[in-house]
Write a protein that binds this ligand. Structure first.
Ligand code: SF4
Length: 377
């Protein structure tokens, strides 16, 4: 069991959109961000619905222009999850988004740094009891021109010197920014410190968690396409979460953000930080002992389980009985294939021996029966 770091707690939301707690004893929430234009109201609403249906607890939208904050007034009544306005460069966008009724603001110290402007945003959030995320992304707090020069001097992107230098800048910028919030006695703060470098992400969040008790929003910035971004993201995020650090998570891919939500939730489930809604599927990787079309069977089982099973039961699909029974230990319902047939077990008890064509329907029938048993208690 993971012992989570104690933090303050912030709450965002309202009766119409539900409330999400971040930090303290709240479960780690999963966020995502719409990929389309916010001012394209119907498309934005549809995307928010899609992300909420996938399980996103919170959805962020970009508001680069006044037409985007204007659109929020029409978007908010049509959606049912708390919405965060992502603000860069123009503090007025934050004020407009607050006025429109968003539930949280994200500010970037790298491009909104004027103290008076930041104070205006803080006061507007304070009046409406809205939290603010301070996102000190490596890419935006370090001047691009200066960064290239410093990188050369420090020995390259992955050098220890670069690592320590950029970490120090991120922490210093954060300290300076937090001073403004402290002056305003504002503490409904969430902090993020994203980088493309997974090791810097780990060190930055660890350093921040040692200095402050604000809840942390974990993420890797510009993680890339899903095919490679998954590893880039889950290595640092998994490490931090397993160390008890992190209160809300956004995995970011250059792809449909529904994948971000699915993978964020899966990360929570496998670390035991959230209770899975639906079946957990275990499957063997297949090898030369296989005697059924295992990859197809696994995908067919996965798709049907997603449709039919809503309780957290454990299902195993194993290619043979050589290592199968041992590796599927703990599965509620399991199938062991062999010689174009499948032997099905429920909680370790053999219940059926069926030809290959009947494996899928029989396995699913046993899963439904088992789910009914669990539901009846
Ligand atoms: Fe190979 Fe059987 Fe293990 Fe699957 S369960 S990987 S088929 S030995």
């Amino acid at each position: 069991m993971i012992l989570r770091r104690k933090t303050r707690q912030v709450v965002l939301g309202d009766d119409a959109h539900g409330f999400v707690r971040i930090g303290g004893d709240a479960p780690v929430s999963v966020q995502s961000m719409t990929a389309g234009y916010t001012h394209d109201i119907d498309a934005c609403v549809a995307e928010i619905h899609k992300l909420a249906a996938a399980g996103a607890d919170v959805v962020r939208v970009a508001v680069p222009e006044k037409k985007d904050t204007a659109a929020l007034k029409e978007i908010l009544p049509q959606v049912s999850v708390p919405i965060v306005a992502d603000v860069h460069f123009h503090f007025q966008r934050a004020l407009e988004a607050i006025e429109a009724g968003v539930h949280k603001i994200r500010l970037n110290p790298g491009n909104i740094s004027d103290r008076a402007q930041v104070k205006d945003v803080i006061q507007a959030c304070k009046a409406r009891k809205l939290p603010i995320r301070i996102g000190v992304n490596e890419g935006s707090i370090i001047e691009r021109k200066d960064k290239q020069k410093r990188l050369k001097e420090l020995g390259g992107v992955f050098s220890d010197n670069k690592h320590g230098h950029f970490l120090a800048i991120m922490i210093t910028k954060l300290e300076e920014y937090l001073d403004v919030f402290r002056e305003e006695d504002f503490h409904d703060i969430v902090i993020s410190a994203k980088s493309i470098d997974p090791l810097l992400v780990i060190d930055a969040y660890k350093a921040i968690s040692e200095r402050f008790d604000y809840p942390l929003h974990l993420g890797v910035t510009h993680a890339g396409p899903k095919e490679t971004g998954t590893i880039r993201s889950v290595v640092p995020l998994g490490h931090l979460l397993a160390s008890g650090i992190g209160d809300t998570v956004r995995i970011s891919y250059a792809n449909d953000p529904v994948y971000e939500v699915q993978d964020g939730l899966e990360l929570m489930y496998i670390l035991g930080l959230r209770v899975r809604k639906g079946a957990e599927l275990i499957a063997c990787p297949s090898c030369g002992r296989i005697q059924v079309d295992l990859f197809k069977l696994v995908q067919d089982v996965r798709k049907q389980l997603e449709k039919e099973i809503t309780l957290p039961i454990k299902v195993a699909v194993m290619g043979c009985v050589v290592n199968g029974p041992g590796e599927a230990e703990g599965a509620d319902v399991a199938i062991f294939a062999g010689d174009r047939k499948g032997i099905i077990y429920v909680q370790g008890e053999r219940v059926a021996n069926v030809p290959e064509a009947d494996i899928l329907p029989t396995l699913l029938a046993e899963c439904r029966k088992f789910q009914d048993r669990v539901a009846r208690g």
